[in-house]
Design a binder for this molecule. Structure first.
Ligand SMILES: *[C@@H]1O[C@H](CO)[C@@H](O)[C@H](O)[C@H]1NC(C)=O
Ligand SMILES: *[C@@H]1O[C@H](CO)[C@@H](O)[C@H](O)[C@H]1NC(C)=O
Ligand SMILES: *[C@@H]1O[C@H](CO)[C@@H](O)[C@H](O)[C@H]1NC(C)=O
Ligand SMILES: *[C@@H]1O[C@H](CO)[C@@H](O)[C@H](O)[C@H]1NC(C)=O
Length: 484
């Protein structure tokens, strides 16, 4: 029962928001403390705690849901978005409140976005375990009230997502020491991440992405943290070493910030499934080994132009589950290591916009799962090692343009696929020789720019993000299993 409830909610979230990942888990009340009011609730005289009932009326009024004040017993006239539980004396207490139109199927009460607010009466619900507001205050921008820090010690899940909240993350949220999930995704929060959050020692998911948080990431340690998502903020400084002792991490996303300092050595975080440090200013070199990361499926480090390193020969060698490796625009030099061709599950490999030289390793012909390869804008030369099958499979997701002289061998049997070759940005090895150092690939760049570059790359971006999405979701599923 408990699992199916979570799964249902997750599925709803997935369907409703294919463009984003959710870390919302509505705890299942039935699991923890005896029966829930259900179809059999009329069999006794249970009543909602009168103080809590008044508090719920206040909260409903403040969100533009005055209709609820006509309900004589809020726990009995249950609507989607309220959950209650009886105590020993059969008095019902509110344990969960949710607002916002997640999808057509989840009919949580919606908020009137022009005048909603969070009523301070919320602190009169001492048994609350879950509080969830989604798209509630968008046109009435307001800070996250500091009184949320006084919510009861049972609170495990606090989600304030896409609500248009402004100002800082209140220091007082650090008083919610029993929290497992704190999700403040996509508001307009600014200021720095409060150090007080470090007091929430059992935190499993910290999602502060899509805000304007600045300053450095504080020295936080969360032994149980599975998900750390701070992407799309203005965070600076280096990644604190304390995060490297969060041994339960499945997902780290620090992308699209202003982080600097050396690329963190994540080899000790053995559970990792997804690492995204892209669009920052991290510096090289790479950690010499990632051999402990047996579960890693996506490593996205692209657009860190200050890394300026060579790819170590065997760094990625034992990542047997790696599906996505993105190392674009990192100012990488030297050759592509042969060992990259030995990643059995690799589907997406982006090494474009670097200074890589030499030829494409022949081991790449064994990348049987590869469906997207970008090597464009490097200094590669020589013949391409792909079989007709791989070539055909990748088609337009193969980008080889703007290199020093990549070409196809007449013997490869690729010659009759001339359109695809042309789109991928390469010519025949023989004609290449006679043209000496003149790069042929500009022709195809022009062709791409003029004809269909935007649609093409938009489509491939979409595909890619679908895949990343899939992995994120799988991380979240795992995370759900951990939670309950
Ligand atoms: C929160 O915790 C701080 C100590 O960090 C304490 O001084 C403060 O009174 C607490 N606030 C509330 C609202 O409980
Ligand atoms: C946060 O944003 C508000 C406006 O919403 C501004 O007044 C305040 O100065 C900002 N604070 C920081 C630390 O950037
Ligand atoms: C974190 O700790 C390091 C050294 O342990 C210290 O240099 C740094 O200033 C601390 N950062 C913050 C934000 O407290
Ligand atoms: C490749 O680049 C490295 C470093 O930039 C350089 O030392 C090396 O000579 C280059 N090799 C080739 C074959 O061009």
């Amino acid at each position: 029962m408990s699992l199916s409830l979570h799964t249902t909610i997750l599925l709803i979230l997935i369907q409703a928001h294919l463009g984003m990942s959710f870390t919302v888990i509505i705890p299942d009340s039935a699991q923890l403390e005896g029966p829930q009011p259900g179809s059999s609730m009329a069999k006794n005289g249970a009543k909602t705690d009168p103080q809590e009932q008044e508090a719920v009326y206040d909260i409903m009024r403040a969100t533009g849901n005055s209709w609820a004040t006509d309900i004589p017993d809020v726990c009995r006239g249950r609507w989607h978005g309220i959950e209650c539980m009886p105590d020993r004396d059969n008095v019902y207490h509110v344990i969960s409140l949710s607002f916002g139109a997640l999808s057509d199927d989840t009919a949580f009460p919606t908020c009137d976005p022009t005048r909603s607010s969070i009523s301070p009466s919320i602190t009169k619900l001492p048994h609350l375990r879950t509080l969830f507001f989604y798209r509630c205050f968008s046109y009435n921008p307001q800070p996250i009230p500091s009184f949320l820090g006084r919510l009861g010690s049972d609170l495990q899940t606090l989600v304030l997502r896409e609500n248009g909240h402004i100002g800082p993350i209140p220091y007082e949220l650090g008083n919610l020491t029993r929290l497992k999930v704190l999700d403040l995704h996509k508001n307009n929060l600014n200021g720095s991440i409060p150090v007080s959050l470090g007091r929430i020692s059992g935190l499993k998911s910290l999602v502060l992405s899509g805000n304007q948080l600045s300053g450095s990431i504080p020295n936080l340690t969360f032994p149980a943290l599975s998900v750390l998502d701070l992407n799309q903020n203005h965070l600076s400084g280096s990644m604190p070493n304390t995060l490297l002792s969060c041994n339960s991490l499945l997902k780290i996303d620090l992308s699209h910030n202003r982080l600097s300092g050396p690329l963190p050595d994540i080899n000790g975080l053995k559970e990792l499934i997804l690492v995204d440090l892209s669009y920052n200013s991290f510096t090289g070199p790479f950690s010499s080994s990632l051999k402990n990361l047996n579960f890693l499926q996506a490593l996205i480090l692209k657009d860190n132009p200050s890394v300026s390193a060579t790819i170590p020969n065997n760094a990625f060698e034992s990542l047997n589950n790696l599906i996505i490796l993105e190392l674009s625009n990192m100012n990488l030099q030297g050759q592509i290591p042969e060992s990259l061709g030995r990643l059995p599950k690799l589907r997406v490999l982006h090494l474009d916009r670097n200074h890589l030289n030499g030829s494409i390793p022949s081991s790449f012909s064994k990348l049987n799962s590869l469906s997207e390869l970008r090597l464009n804008n490097n200094r590669l030369f020589g013949s391409i090692p792909f079989s007709r099958e791989i070539f055909w499979r990748m088609r337009r997701k193969l980008r080889l343009n703007d290199n020093l002289g990549l070409c196809y061998d007449a013997k490869s049997g690729l010659g009759d696929d001339i359109d695809t070759l042309f789109d991928a940005g390469i010519g025949h090895c023989d004609s290449q020789k006679s043209a000496s150092t003149v790069p042929l690939q500009h022709i195809s760049t022009v062709d791409e720019d003029i004809i269909g570059s935007s649609t093409k790359s938009a489509a491939s971006l979409r595909k890619l993000s679908d895949l990343t999405q899939l992995i994120q979701l799988s991380a979240i599923f795992l995370f759900t299993f951990c939670l309950f």
